[in-house]
Design a protein. Sequence first.
Length: 134
Amino acid sequence: RLIKSSCKPGGMMEARECSRFEIPREEKPSIEWETDIDGNIIRGKVRDIGLGGLGIEIKDPEEYHVKHLVQSEQFFIKIMMEDDFFIAGVRLAWSVWDEDQRSLFIGGLKLTIISPEDNLRLAGYIDRYRNGAG
């Protein structure tokens, strides 16, 4: 199943535009992330990941933590996959948070700093996960 709905069959960019596939939940490996906000470790799940960034979620976040994420120009996160992890600099590209319910924060993080070696390793993980070999 395609996540992107903007794909047009037969176009020159079809392979690139339609290259993101959703892996069924029961096969999708757990990818998590965490960051430190004033000495508090904030953890969440990764909903989607690519070389340019990742989609995240935090269940039942504290309002202070959400405000910190939204107002931060850039911060560092730890991305954890299987028995491996990556440290990356990110900035929040977009977010959705229902201030009334406050039960789920969803956002998109743009990768801004990652070492070339980690970027290659991350590409390998993404390829394995997207092709169901994770």
